[in-house]
Design a protein around this ligand. Structure first.
Ligand SMILES: C[S@@+](CC[C@H](N)C(=O)[O-])C[C@H]1O[C@@H](n2cnc3c(N)ncnc32)[C@H](O)[C@@H]1O
Length: 309
């Protein structure tokens, strides 16, 4: 709950003023996003292809009833106009275009835009014609997107160090509803199990997740609606790996392992934590959870009203 505070005074991650000298929620977010470990370029390309593949597969299932799609459809007005910020290969862009929405799909990655165009080519021509692809990052390309009824950003904001700039530009774009989705916990939940085995004396590095984002919103006076559900993009069983070697490589990087000995220990630790499912490997743990966060642009709750609610 928000506490009454002097404008500009620091707010802790609990939404309280100046506790233990903690920075503002927005500054904490910037810190976490900026300090995430950067992958080597080759691995980044491989990871992007893996992510695109998973999202394209997820998009082949019927997402018409996905919580995020329902939130967008509920926010629409007579124009049925949507901006899909960070559209990726367009799993939501296409679902919404099929439902008669006019969609501006903003995407900075050339590879993702290529996948999006390939998948759009498989759609009914009238559906594909309702989609306008905008090359670039949000909010850099804000001037190229006209006002829309709903601004949507699914699993994107955690890439952006300036969350408040991203959100403010979304609010300027949307006339009726802003809708965001973000992971509730670790992208690879196995990390939570494995980290203490390799680093018993070091806390797990923070990732930008729902709790951080919600505090950024609260700090702006935005009290958004939230629905939490099993991650739509992860499929029924969460993160997948092509084989056990890929799992060791990806989890080893997230665990900050350096030596061959540690990687061998990881491979042994994964026995019993991974299982084969069709052509791929997955964790035996339940899938990660995702939060759909939505609010009416411009709606603000004053700190006094929130603290007495
Ligand atoms: C995990 S994917 C999600 C794709 C899609 N929204 C979905 O849920 O299927 C994240 C996407 O955000 C894009 N992205 C990263 N930073 C961005 C930014 N500042 N503006 C727009 N898109 C961004 C990436 O290129 C990537 O395609």
């Amino acid at each position: 709950m928000l506490q009454e505070r002097t404008p500009g005074a620091p707010v802790s991650r609990l939404g309280q003023t100046g506790v233990d000298g903690l920075e503002s929620a927005a500054a904490l977010w910037t810190n976490i996003v900026s300090n995430r470990e950067r992958m080597p370029a080759g691995e980044r390309g491989q990871r992007l292809r893996g992510m695109a593949q998973r999202l394209r597969e997820a998009g082949r299932r019927d997402l018409g009833d996905a919580p995020l799609v329902r939130a967008v459809l509920a926010g629409l007005g007579p124009q049925r106009s949507v901006a899909d910020l960070g559209a990726g290969p367009g799993r939501y862009t296409r679902v919404l275009a099929r439902q008669d929405c006019r969609v501006w799909a903003v995407e900075p990655s050339e590879d993702m835009r290529r996948y999006l165009q390939e998948d759009l080519a498989g759609e009914d021509p009238a559906t594909a014609a309702r989609v306008q692809v905008v090359a670039g990052a949000w909010p850099d390309v804000a001037a190229q997107v006209p006002p829309v009824e709903v601004a949507l950003a699914s699993l994107v904001i955690h890439f952006c160090p300036d969350a408040t700039g991203f959100i403010a530009a979304m609010e300027r774009l949307a006339t009726r509803r802003c809708v965001l989705s973000i992971r509730v916990g670790q992208m690879q939940p196995l990390i939570e199990v494995l980290w203490p085995q390799f680093h018993p004396d070091r806390p797990l590095p923070a990732q930008p997740v729902f709790a951080h984002l919600y505090n950024v919103l609260l700090e702006q006076g935005i009290v958004a609606d939230v629905a939490v559900h099993a991650a739509t993009g992860a499929g029924p069983a969460g993160m997948r790996y092509a084989d056990q070697d890929e799992a060791v490589q990806q989890l080893g990087r997230a665990l900050q392992l350096t030596s061959a000995e540690e990687h061998a220990r990881l491979a042994a630790a994964l026995e019993g934590l991974l299982c084969k499912d069709g052509d791929t490997w997955r964790s035996v743990q339940p899938p990660p959870r995702e939060a759909v966060v939505s609010w009416r642009p411009g709606d603000r709750v004053s700190p006094r009203a929130a603290s007495t609610a």
